[in-house]
Design a binder for this molecule. Structure first.
Ligand code: CP
Ligand code: NVA
Length: 308
């Protein structure tokens, strides 16, 4: 039986870099226990969570709603029609009101700055369910999946090919906290956030796990990861990006250069753009296992944040 983690209780979860390596280990171990049916506590019994969504969501919304219910809790989900943060009322006021009704807030906000403000004014734990800067809950599920399919994190060499976006940023933080090698391959000018890269390189005694490049080289990779070329909010740039990112598509030719690599994608995928059907539907694709693991990784996170 895994005891609840004291150091995460009552805290916000804004980014993977908020976790110490030991915190991450606990979350992943508990997620595995929950998935195996060996941990059935209900730490959210009598607790109610608000879920704020300023952007569409399938996996994040459903996996949190199901996970919270399985842990004994209840939810109210609010879309941008409902609360209208920053328009109908300020983020600070909304946070101080919600605080009086609920035990925690799960928020998918357009702007990372807005999420930080929400967390600042809320006295209850706030969980980042994706911003323009990061997607830490997805990264937790990805690490769980990597361990399941490829073993110990320290032995992984992940190559992410595509946009230096929120997903790339969270994988960079995951690589430094989880201690695995990560290469980020982007077209010139689409690099990940330099502040995140710099901070990640300072973790683990300065050991550099993160390499940035514009050249695809997947030799020795244990996983090849990609994400959409135009994220939510960048729909206007989709046509331009299709030209720029064309040479960075993950197709059979790329996968053939890394025979040991699984294929990963946070989903939703734009098939025929960043990945071909052949790869995402192929035998090395673990994308639905990643999606499934959202449930267990988030249940473990919630148990650690709210457990007695
Ligand atoms: N991967 C992910 O977060 O999916 P949704 O946008 O559907 O929640
Ligand atoms: N980078 C994508 C991730 C979706 C889960 C986006 O922000 O739209």
């Amino acid at each position: 039986m895994i005891a609840p983690l004291v150091s995460l209780r009552g805290r916000d979860f804004i980014d993977v870099a908020d976790l110490a390596p030991s915190d991450l280990r606990r979350v992943l171990d508990l997620a595995s226990e929950i998935k195996a049916g060996r941990w059935k506590d209900r730490p959210l019994e009598g607790r109610h969570m608000a879920m704020l969504f300023q952007r569409p969501s399938h996996r994040t919304r459903v996996s949190f709603e199901v996970g919270i219910a399985r842990l004994g809790g209840t939810t109210t989900t609010l879309t941008s029609q409902d609360v209208q943060l920053g328009y109908r009322e300020s983020i600070a006021d909304a946070a101080r009101v919600l605080d009086r009704y609920v035990d925690g807030i799960i928020a998918r906000l357009r702007s990372h700055g807005d999420l930080l403000q929400l967390a600042l004014f809320s006295e209850k734990p706030v969980i980042n369910a994706l911003t323009d800067r990061s997607h830490p809950c997805q990264a937790l599920a990805d690490l769980l999946t990597l361990e399941e399919v490829r073993g110990e994190l320290a032995r992984q060499r992940v190559v992410y090919i595509g946009d230096g976006n929120n997903m790339a940023n969270s994988l960079i933080e995951a690589s430094s906290v989880g201690g695995f090698a990560l290469t980020i391959v982007t077209p010139p000018g689409y690099d990940p956030d330099p502040a995140i890269v710099q901070r990640a390189r300072g973790v683990n005694s300065g050991k550099n796990h993160v390499t940035l490049t514009n050249q695809i080289d997947v030799r020795g990779a244990t996983a090849i990861y990609t994400d959409v070329w135009a994220s939510m909010g960048q729909e206007d740039e989709r046509a331009t990006r299709q030209n720029v990112f064309g040479p960075y598509q993950v197709n059979a030719r790329v996968m053939d250069q890394a025979p040991e690599a699984v294929f990963m994608h946070c989903l939703p995928a734009h098939r025929g753009e960043e990945v071909t059907d052949e790869v995402i539907d192929g035998p090395r694709s673990v994308v639905f296992q990643q999606a499934e693991n959202r449930l267990y990784a988030q249940m473990a996170l919630l148990a650690e944040l709210f457990g007695e």
